[in-house]
Write a protein that binds this ligand. Structure first.
Ligand SMILES: Nc1ncnc2c1ncn2[C@@H]1O[C@H](COP(=O)(O)OP(=O)(O)O)[C@@H](O)[C@H]1O
Ligand SMILES: [Mg+2]
Length: 283
């Protein structure tokens, strides 16, 4: 989860293309860094996930606010932030990359996704991309996972702009956007992770031409939530619901995900969206 370690490894040791960046642990250094990077800039706590404490600074009046927002929403102590150049990408992907003992490095079909305020809301597989961009994506994922080492699945996050591919970050474990594989692949990202760690055979093939996932959220604070609308949601063909079983709710907390397959990505995306929108979390 440490953005300093991973960014330094990716950009400075492995030499991957990333957004321009600076680190700052006090507000003076931060302001100087924003000037050097230029606006718009993305500000993130060094320790955080799911977009927590993250903001896009578009104009000067937002600079101080972004600093304090990052301070208040970092995980654990320590107020260090990363300041990044904003990349106007065409789309972003997660390339699930598997390091195995006997099959070398395998790449699942690329997963496209949509983030709202830095938090994943929707994903689909496969994301269509040019052969050049796909080769670059695989090359980046291979290099960074080789540098990290070990066996298992990694979620390599990449920004794609034309044929250019930027490394964003990587998780050494299944990835939230990869939940789509619970329906789109013969083996989910979780099964693949376990098998790769155990040295057992791994299969990355898809079971349908396309798959998609769409999250549903709580809207209020509560305990022991219940779920309405499951009958309607599950009446949509080829659709499944996964409720995470979180014991408490808060506004915007992700509580579960709807999954579906389809003949095309467009068709696959329609179904879980409808299903997720039929579900109401009762706090
Ligand atoms: N430099 C950037 N330029 C453009 N968008 C960005 C940039 N950094 C992050 N984002 C957007 O914010 C999302 C979350 O940022 P990320 O660095 O992946 O943090 P997290 O660890 O919270 O997932 C990304 O998936 C992307 O949509
Ligand atoms: Mg991310």
């Amino acid at each position: 989860m440490n953005r300093i370690g991973i960014r330094r490894l990716a950009a400075e040791e492995v030499g991957l293309k990333t957004s321009r960046y600076r680190f700052a642990s006090d507000i003076e250094t931060y302001k100087k860094a924003i000037k050097e990077i230029g606006l718009p800039a993305v500000v993130k706590p060094v320790m955080s996930s799911s977009g927590k404490g993250q903001s896009i600074v578009k104009e000067e009046s937002q600079i101080e606010k972004a600093w304090f927002y990052a301070q208040e929403n970092a995980r654990g102590k320590g107020g260090e932030v990363i300041i990044e150049e904003f990349i106007e990408f065409d789309f972003e992907i997660t390339l699930l990359t598997v390091r195995t003992k006997n099959q070398g490095t395998l790449f699942c079909e690329p997963i496209g996704h949509i983030q709202v305020d830095g938090d994943y809301h929707e994903s689909w597989q496969p994301q269509a991309m040019s052969p050049v961009a796909l080769e670059k994506a695989k090359d980046i994922a291979k290099k960074i996972t080789d540098a990290l080492g070990g066996y298992g699945i990694f979620g390599c996050e990449l920004f794609v702009k034309g044929d250019e591919v930027y490394f964003n970050e990587i998780s050494p474990r299944p990835h939230d956007t990869g939940m789509v594989t619970m329906i789109s692949q013969n083996m989910s990202e979780f099964e693949i992770h376990l098998r790769a760690i155990l040295g057992l055979p791994v299969d990355i093939k898809m079971t349908a031409p396309a798959g998609a996932s769409y999250c549903f959220h709580a809207s209020d604070w509560g305990v022991a939530p219940s779920y309405e609308g499951l009958e309607k949601a599950l009446s949509i063909p080829d659709t499944k619901i996964r409720i995470f079983g979180k014991p408490t709710t808060r506004p915007k907390r992700r509580m579960g995900v709807a999954l579906a397959t389809g003949q095309t990505v467009e068709e696959a995306r329609e179904k879980p969206k409808k299903a997720a929108q039929s579900i109401r979390v009762v706090e």
